[in-house]
Design a protein around this ligand. Structure first.
Ligand code: BES
Ligand code: ZN
Length: 613
């Protein structure tokens, strides 16, 4: 067996799946999905075909033509903690396989919310987060981005709810008994209280881009190809429509820079606060955290990022997670170009400065684990969620920006367009990128140490911190703070969230509790509506052991589930010696709050607590 991906049981000698037809029955009382998955392979195959699964129970594997059972087994008996279990099916010349399975209530891709956990409190809600390796916990598949798959899906759900997917909506209609495909008893499938929503995805995507959400949903139109969806609450929908009003302008900026937008629609879905990421680039419908809605359109930068993935990530995809920088580094570069075009150079410069700060911190975090400071990293045996960091994003950005500085922007823009046109709808690795670079920019390897950038640890000497005018002003105010001076109101009157964030992140960790309080007394940063600012402030407050703010920390950890906020706050509480009080606080908050976290976030915080407590 020759694996194509350290995170998949997929064998390079087997044909890839090219199409999946899914029939899903959602049972909210038991938080489970019964699934019939019809996989079509690129070619007929004889022998053992391996698929990825995680916490799925398999009730039958059939030849879909004869409906005769096919021999199958799940191994290893004790699932691998990172990659799960392989479903091995014995084929004799078939090109299609039908698997009947059921998810577990603890499926790692799914968060099931009971009515009290939703905004309107009347209906349940469920949604997926499949990146990096969680699609296998919903249905069996070759869960590697080396595979590119088209699909169709029928979702059988309670009729009071509606479904959205990262796919084209084909219709909503009553169920037909013949469709049950053995996924459940016909009577249950066809009850009066059920409805079927149908979708198709006509462009081939890596499995991690499979996504749906089901609940009491509403939407607002925000542009010719964009609607914003969320729970059907007028206040949330109106605020979201305002926050994301410049989306069409961003899509046009993206098209001018990177070529045509190939996915037809660019809809946005605002999820409940427990969504573990800022955004997820699910094609045709990006998933977003509600924490972006802060009333100053700065949340649009995350939209710019997810939009940029429409070219870098969704059109050109990393072949496996060792090359994740190809997705996120390119997208961070593309995001900042869109932000520069739509919001101006100053906004892009602040984003570059914040990225640099985060990158320097990650170098410290991984100082005993240098593998994870590389662009091309070896993640064999490693859970991608455990080593998620800013390195692929901002070291990747730095590498591409370095090339831009070398050849100039016009030449870089031509290169970028050609790169996308050449590799679209393909999954590639770092070497393929480097070969293409050297071919199109002859001699580049003599100017830039490409091997050091892609395979070396830490930051190469030609990485660069961008010093803009705004940033210099922030640095001078930080220096004054270190001499005991709180910034005057007229010095910060035009500051938005990003300026405050950069200011707070530039202050020394050892700042005195009294100074923290003085700053907060003037600017109420601990209660900021902007979570980036609030969390940066609370992190400093915890480091300074300023117990006055632990209530605010608790409130924040209970109202959001975005890992970008959970991780630093829990870490600040438990890190270091002699912090018994803070450790106890962290344990108590986690045990109260974890029922509301997504399984991925819960796992990450459990690991942080286990390491320190
Ligand atoms: N694709 C990522 C989110 C992701 C990465 C999910 C790895 C699971 C595994 C998404 O595009 C992303 O980068 N989101 C960022 C947005 C930010 C960089 C603007 C986030 O969630 O913070
Ligand atoms: Zn991204």
């Amino acid at each position: 067996m020759a694996p194509v991906d350290p995170h998949s049981f997929t064998d390079s000698a087997h044909p890839f799946t090219v199409h999946i037809s899914l029939t899903l029955y959602f049972d909210f009382p038991s938080s489970t999905i019964s699934a019939a998955t019809l996989l079509s392979l690129a070619a007929p195959y004889s022998g053992d075909l391996t698929l990825d699964t995680r916490s799925l129970s398999i009730s039958a594997v059939l030849d879909p033509v004869s409906l005769s059972p096919l021999p199958f087994s799940l191994s290893p008996a004790q699932p691998d903690p990172v990659i799960g279990q392989s479903l091995t099916v014995s084929l004799s010349g078939q090109s299609q396989v039908l698997v009947v399975s059921k998810t577990s209530p603890s499926s790692s891709a799914l968060q099931w919310l009971s009515p009290p956990q939703t905004f309107n409190k009347t209906h349940p809600f469920v949604y997926t987060q499949c990146q990096s390796i969680h699609a296998r916990s919903v249905f069996p598949c070759q869960d590697t981005p080396a595979a590119r798959i088209k699909y169709s899906a029928k979702l059988n759900i309670p009729s009071q709810l509606s479904a959205v997917m990262s796919a084209k909506h084909e219709g909503r209609r009553p169920p037909l008994p013949a469709e049950a495909h053995g996924v459940c008893e016909d009577a249950k499938w066809c009850g009066d209280d059920r409805i079927v929503e149908e979708f198709v995805m006509e462009q081939p995507i890596p499995p991690y881009l499979f996504a749906f959400a089901i609940g009491e949903l509403g939407f607002r139109e925000v542009g010719p190809r964009t609607r914003v969806y969320s729970e059907a609450a007028p206040t949330v929908l109106d605020a979201a429509a305002r926050e994301f009003a410049e989306t069409e302008e961003m899509i046009k900026a993206g098209e001018a820079l990177f070529g045509p937008y190939d996915w037809e629609r660019f809809d946005l879905l605002v999820l409940p606060p427990s969504f573990p990421y800022g955004g997820m680039e699910n094609p045709r419908m990006v998933f977003l955290t509600p924490t972006l809605i802060k009333g100053d359109s700065s949340g649009a930068q995350v939209v710019a990022h997810e939009l940029a993935h429409s070219w870098t990530g969704n059109l050109i995809t990393n072949k496996n997670n060792n090359h994740f920088w190809l997705n996120e580094g390119w997208t961070t570069y593309a995001e900042r170009r869109i932000v520069e075009a739509v919001q101006g150079e100053n906004r892009a410069a602040l984003s570059i400065a914040l990225g640099w700060k985060a990158l320097v911190e990650e170098m410290e975090r991984f100082k005993d684990n240098l593998e994870f400071t590389k662009l091309k990293m070896n993640q064999a045996g490693i859970d991608p969620d455990d080593v998620y960091s800013r390195v692929p994003y901002d070291k990747g950005f730095q590498f591409l920006w370095r090339i831009e500085r070398q050849i100039g922007r016009p030449a870089f823009d031509d290169f970028l367009k050609k790169y996308i046109a050449t590799f679209k709808f393909q999954s590639i690795d770092t070497d393929m990128f480097l070969d293409f670079l050297k071919e199109n920019i002859p001699g580049i390897e003599n100017e830039i140490d490409l091997k050091l950038w892609t395979e070396g640890t830490g930051l190469p000497p030609d990485a660069m911190e961008l010093v803009s005018n705004i940033y210099s002003k922030i640095v001078s105010l930080v220096n004054e703070f270190n001499l005991g001076k709180i910034p005057r109101e007229d010095e910060v009157s035009d500051w938005r969230g990003q300026e405050w964030e950069l200011y707070l992140k530039s202050l020394p960790k050892s700042v005195e509790a009294s100074q923290i309080k003085a700053l907060d007394a003037c600017y109420r940063l601990s209660e900021s509506k902007d979570y980036e600012v609030r969390v940066a402030f609370l992190q400093l407050a915890i480091s300074a052991r300023c117990g006055d703010y632990y209530n605010e920390v608790e409130k924040t950890l209970k109202e959001v589930g975005r890992m970008k906020y959970l991780r630093p706050l829990y870490t600040a509480l438990v890190q270091g010696d002699g912090r018994e009080e803070e450790k106890a606080v962290a344990r108590r908050i986690f045990s109260d709050a974890c029922g509301g976290y997504h399984p991925i976030a819960k796992g990450i915080i459990e690991a942080i607590l286990a390491k320190h407590v």
